[in-house]
Ligand binder design. Structure first.
Ligand code: SF4
Ligand code: SF4
Length: 393
């Protein structure tokens, strides 16, 4: 595993031009220079030279980052900023003793959310809450509304099977912890659509892709689950299918940390649909979309090509939604403000639906809408929209 010293040359490459400041969503909200990669590199430079110690305070600044890669994509010196921040966090955590595994805590929280949502749905609390708290201003009410947005299940789980279709391809479906524990809409949609294609979906008891462990720098736990996931992937599968931009990104990044030959096989479900004719059932629908930071499929073109979709591009459609898992918990006010600014851009389009390809981004966009006192337009994963409102030929 790499240490900060391994990135010495990369850090020296920073010319302090400050272009990263102009694109950093955290800086735009906080105006705090310490959130910008240039300033973080000044600190890291000090550590490499031995002038500064890698301590808790420096880690707080490293944590002031969404991992959105906006600065990396804009940096004229082509520095892989987030990879360096991750290496620093791993180095800091490496010798820390922890009584409880962070992955155990993460899974316990997911399980608690799953149980809570089950009870919530069972008693129909979601609809009642939505009605009572609509437009509420208090932070607690907004949090309840965000939780409530998870409780809405929209895609029917089963569809009629066309038995005549011969399965010629095998795809192992990496459904991710969000679908597994919190909201199965995407999973239902993927199964509904792929049941009638020539691709057989194989399921395995995968762990989380590990994005939260990776971004927090929990190296040992990340490697454990990455190894387990890799061992479960059948050698003869044609694809490793995901419906989440973050899962795709992390699965592809396994090769940076472990021997892995899966990168080429990791594809978005949307990639496999790009040559199919997709049409909206009924009248035209106005759609806008949010491109997740880690999305590398051209899903916006797929949306534009759906018959019956009137696509309206939102300003900043490809900028971070502000959620980014742990960041939304540790830096609630910054996260909410970034999401709110995004939501204003979406509302300006007048679209009926906001589509994206990441469950965490769905939460981020809903967080922004709730900040503005709105619960519309509806936010959906693209695959959910296709399963519910379209015909795939
Ligand atoms: S854009 Fe790149 S080179 Fe310029 S200050 Fe930021 S990190 Fe350094
Ligand atoms: S990755 Fe995003 S949030 Fe982090 S420093 Fe770069 S632009 Fe700012």
């Amino acid at each position: 595993m790499k240490n900060l010293n391994d990135f010495k040359e990369e850090i020296y490459k920073c010319s302090r031009c400050g272009l990263c400041q102009t694109v950093c969503p955290v800086y735009k909200v906080t105006l705090n220079e310490c959130s910008v990669s240039r300033t973080k590199f000044n600190m890291l430079n000090g550590i490499v030279k031995g002038d500064l110690a890698l301590n808790k305070k420096i880690m707080e600044y490293m944590d002031l980052c969404l991992g959105c890669d906006a600065c990396k994509n804009f940096c004229p010196s082509d520095i892989n900023v987030c990879e360096i921040f991750t290496a620093v966090k791993m180095q800091y955590n490496r010798n820390k003793k922890r009584l409880i595994s962070p992955y155990f805590v993460f899974k316990t929280l997911l399980f608690a959310a799953k149980t809570g949502l089950f009870l919530y749905r069972l008693f129909g609390t979601d609809k009642l809450t939505q009605r009572i708290l609509r437009g509420a201003k208090g932070l607690l009410c907004k949090r309840v509304l965000l939780f409530n947005s998870l409780a809405q299940q929209k895609i029917p789980g089963k569809c009629k099977k066309r038995t005549s279709i011969v399965k010629t391809k095998k795809a192992v479906y990496f459904k991710g912890c969000f679908n597994t524990y919190i909201n199965a809409d995407s999973e239902h949609a993927v199964k509904k659509i792929f049941e009638n294609t020539d691709t057989e979906l194989i399921e395995k008891p995968f762990e989380c892709c590990g994005i939260s462990l990776l971004s927090s720098g929990f190296e040992k736990e990340f490697l454990q689950i990455a190894k387990k996931n890799l061992s479960l992937i059948p050698k003869d599968c044609d694809y490793i299918l995901t419906d989440c931009a973050s899962c795709s990104f992390v699965l592809k990044s396994y090769e940076k940390y472990l021997p892995s030959d899966i990168t080429e096989k990791v594809v978005s479900v949307l990639d496999l649909l790009k040559n199919r004719k997709i049409s909206v059932i009924g009248e035209n629908i106005k759609i806008t979309a949010h491109k997740p930071c880690h999305e590398d499929s051209d899903f916006i073109s797929l949306i534009k090509n759906i018959d019956g979709v009137d696509y309206i591009e939102a300003e900043n459609f490809d900028k971070c939604c502000g959620f980014s898992g742990k960041f939304a918990l540790n830096h609630q006010n910054i996260s909410r403000e970034i999401s709110k600014r995004k939501a204003i851009d979406f509302l300006n389009t007048g679209a009926e639906f906001i589509l994206t390809n990441c469950p965490a981004c769905k939460l981020g966009i809903n967080q922004g809408l709730i900040e503005l006192g709105n619960q519309q337009p509806e936010v959906m994963n693209v695959i959910e929209f296709i399963a519910k409102y379209c015909i795939v030929e």
